[in-house]
Write a protein that binds this ligand. Structure first.
Ligand code: ZN
Length: 133
């Protein structure tokens, strides 16, 4: 799948983001080992700390469908700043795909490609050799 298609899938669900408090809508699309794309949006809550990022929403959807291998995460937002994944999402993704590509697209359409290993060079890992079983 092309990167542009992955970002298209993220933009397609951006309308579903629930961000009444920040007004900052984010959507993510995760390309899994089965070739399918799993999407997620940010879901805010009146109790701010319960807010779930789009990236982790996509990851949870994919893992819930039985996927544990991922090659590329696409993230889009409808406005600035660029939706570079937060630390929690970097750690969550590193659990399954430490070498994942992270493609970020800002409101203006510019795209920036990162490597998760560069965004999070020293993720916490516990018995990493068994994490994918
Ligand atoms: Zn996050």
């Amino acid at each position: 799948m092309k990167d542009s298609q992955l970002l298209h899938e993220a933009r397609r669900v951006l309308v579903h983001a629930y961000a009444p408090y920040s007004g900052y809508r984010v959507a993510a699309a995760l390309l899994a080992g089965d070739g399918k794309v799993y999407t997620g949006v940010n879901v805010e809550n009146a109790s701010y700390g319960l807010t779930l990022c789009a990236e982790r929403a996509a990851l949870v959807a994919a893992v819930s469908a039985g996927q544990r291998r991922f090659s590329t995460l696409g993230v889009v937002s409808e406005k600035k700043p660029d939706p570079v994944p937060c630390g929690a999402c970097r750690q969550a993704l590193a659990e399954f795909a430490p070498d994942c590509r992270v493609l970020v697209s800002a409101a203006g359409g510019e795209e920036t490609l990162y490597r998760l290993a560069d965004l999070l060079p020293r993720p916490f890992s516990y018995h990493a050799e068994t994490n994918h079983e």
